[in-house]
Each structure stands twice: as C-alpha cells, then as structure tokens.
Design a protein around this ligand. Structure first.
Ligand code: PLP
Length: 385
C-alpha cells in the first residue's frame, strides 16, 4: 500500500522543518545511513571516503588538476584551514567583504597573523570588480584575494566570475568561501582559475554537519608545505597522509562521511548541481512571491538574490515581535532564522534542504495564520527609521 506523503509541516522523520541556511532538513535515508559502525582503518570505510572526495572534486569540475582535502569540523574549520595554508608568511590577503562571513575571514587572518587588507561594501551591495582591479593594480604585494560566493548574512550572490576574471588578469590567487551555495550554484573551479574553495557537508549537499572540505589545485597545495599555523588544521599534512595511506591523520567523522556518501547519491539522482538549483530556485520563487503578497519586503532585488536564503525586513507594525512570530511558527512545525544584518532589522527564511514546494506553501499558510493571531496587519517595513 502506498504510504501517505509527509505532512507539509514535518520532515520524513516527523521533525520540524528547518527553513534555515543549515544544518538543514535531511532525508530519512541520509539519517538512516548513520545507523552503523565502521572502523576508520577498514577497507569499506576507506572506499566510501575516497568516493566522497572524488565526487566533491567532480562537482567543482575539477578533473585531475584538483583535489579535495577534508577537514573535521564545521565549515569555519575548512575556511581557516584554507586561508592559513594558502597565504604564505610573506603573502598578503585582500578580503572582499559584504557580510558576517567576510568579517569572520578577517578574524581568522588577524588571529593567524596573516597580512591582510579589506574591501568592504554594504551588506546589500556586491563587491565591485572594477574597484578590485584598481586595488590590485595599486598594491602589487597582494598575493591572494578572498570572496564569499553566497553571503548568507543577506542571501546575496556575489559576482564570482567577474571577480575571478580580474584576479586572473592580475596574476593573483583566488580563495572562495563557497559554503552556502556549493552543490546548488555551479562553480567550475578550473575555468574560473580558483586556487581553492571551502565548503561543508551540511548545506546544499544535504548531508549532516561535521565535515568541512577544501577543493584546491594540487600544484598550489603542494606548494603550501610548512605554511600552516596549526597542527590540526594543516591542510598539507592532512592531504599528504590521505594521499599516502587513504587514511585520515586523526579520527574522521565517519558517520558524517557515510551520510554524505548517501546524500551525494541523492544529489546525483536529482540531476546534480543543475537539478538541485532548479528545486531551490522554485522554492525561493514561491517563498518570495508569497511573502510579498502578504506585504513583506525583501532586502535584495531579485537580480542579487540567491536561491539559498532570503532576508525579509521586519514589519513596522508594532504588534510584530520576532520571537513570538518565531515561536508560533515553530509550534506549527517551521523553524526560521533570525536576521544577521547590521544595517536593518530583519529575519531570514531558507530555501534549501530536503524540502519542496508543498513545504514552502505550508510555511506561507502558517505565516499568514500566525500574523492574524498576532494581530499584525501591515507587513511593510519602516525603512525611513
Ligand atoms: C558563507 C558561509 N561561510 C561560512 C560559514 C560557517 O560555517 P559553520 O557555521 O559550519 O562553521 C557559513 C555558515 O552558515 C556560511 O554560510
């Protein structure tokens, strides 16, 4: 007998739906993949691990020139490993920053003692490739440029292709935080000439949290020997141990890797990056149209909006309290996300994870009902304030 589809307000396992930038709702099969034990030195796990790393390189259109180096921990561990491996002691890093993850990269650089400079734009404004060209021309000492592909603070997609073209023209190296979009917005690392990108298991690949990874040019990685500022985050040593033995230097997050192996099979079955992008774009369109119909305003114009997460301005109506709104939506099965903007009051709703149009439609109905209960009648923000 066919089973009934899951209620729109619950995941396949009955959990609340995470409309967040990750960790996010995963399929039942991805969770079930973790219900076993594996030895970290066992051939079966070594095979699964190798397949995961090879597939990740393929998703970056890597070919033989690229390699994926995994890193235990969350995405930040991978970003820190990437920056501290690739920027040598005599190098200088230019950080393009329009949100919290650009600022986090700056903190990494400060703590590690990397020479660095900033090019900042407001949270709703992408970096300007012409200004970047002028800066690189004026500062020949800048060896590396860092950019966040999709800045989750706002949901903006930064112009990676244009930035990569400028960085290539000036012969510098480009390091990318691709965390929130990898697997859903195409990145051809070879064509773009990237030196490295960092991402993690628990975002658009729809795995569980616990694994970061850096996909990088093998020749550039080989030149990083001795650059690391930390034992555990030493990307070169991590790679060289794996390359020699197929085994991790230190305990791997085995269950996370096995779940990611399954998640990658689901990703492939959905049509890879293009298929996932299509579903998320549909989710995003439905969400933005529905919220605008209710009177909400998005921070970003549609041309800058990623299909990953949407920032909405907080309504000016004095009856709107975010915490009440959040709690009542959660009671109905939908977990949304607070805002992270420094410039305006806002909240965010994610479009990613194992969710489809029926879940977004369910969330919109729940939002409508909660607003009515709260007595909120005007969802437009007061942007003059
Ligand atoms: C663009 C971006 N970079 C870095 C991170 C940091 O990842 P984590 O919280 O897994 O350390 C995130 C997390 O949301 C992100 O969206």
């Amino acid at each position: 007998m066919p089973t009934a589809p899951p209620h729109p307000a619950a995941s396949e396992t009955g959990d609340k739906l995470l409309l967040t930038p990750g960790p996010l709702t995963t399929s039942a099969a991805v969770k079930q993949a973790m219900l076993h034990d594996w030895g970290s030195r066992d051939a079966e796990f070594i095979r699964i691990n190798r397949e995961v790393l090879e597939r990740l390189s393929e998703l970056a259109c890597g070919g033989d020139a690229l390699v994926t180096v995994p890193m235990q921990g969350s995405g930040t561990f991978a970003v820190e490993a990437m920056l501290t491996a690739f920027v040598p002691r005599q190098g200088k890093l230019l950080l393009l920053c329009n949100g919290a993850y650009g600022q986090r990269a700056r903190r990494i650089a400060e703590i590690a003692g990397l020479a660095h400079g900033m090019m900042e734009t407001p949270e709703n404004v992408p970096p300007n490739p012409a200004a970047l060209a002028a800066r690189l021309e004026a500062e020949p000492g800048i060896s590396h440029v860092f950019v966040v592909h999709c800045e989750t603070t706002s949901g903006i997609v930064n112009p990676l292709a244009e930035i990569a073209q400028v960085v290539r023209r000036f012969g510098r190296a480009l390091l990318v935080d691709a965390m929130s979009a990898f697997g859903a917005i195409a990145i051809d690392a070879r064509r773009l000439g990237l030196t490295a990108l960092a991402a993690s298991s628990n975002k658009c690949l729809q795995g569980v949290p616990g694994l970061g990874f850096v996909i990088c040019r093998k020749d550039a990685l080989a030149a990083t020997k001795g650059n690391a500022r930390s034992l555990a985050l030493d990307l070169y040593e991590q790679w060289s141990a794996l390359d020699k033995t197929g085994q991790w230097r230190f305990t791997p997050p085995i269950h996370v890797i096995v779940a990611l192996h399954h998640a990658l099979a689901e990703h492939r079955a959905e049509g890879g990056v293009a298929g996932r992008c299509q579903r998320y774009t549909g989710n995003c369109r439905l969400l933005v149209d529905g919220m605008r119909k209710l009177g909400f305003q998005t921070l970003l114009p549609d041309g800058l909006q990623s299909p990953i997460i949407v920032t909405f301005h907080t309504p000016a109506d004095p009856k709107f309290h975010f915490q009440t709104f959040y709690d009542r939506l959660k009671d109905r099965g939908y977990v949304i996300y607070p805002g992270k903007l420094t410039v305006a009051d806002s909240f965010r709703i994610g479009c990613i994870g194992h969710i489809g149009p029926e879940h977004i439609a369910g969330a919109l109905d729940a939002i409508d009902a909660v607003l009515a209960k709260m007595g909120v009648s005007r969802c437009a923000p007061n942007l003059a304030a």
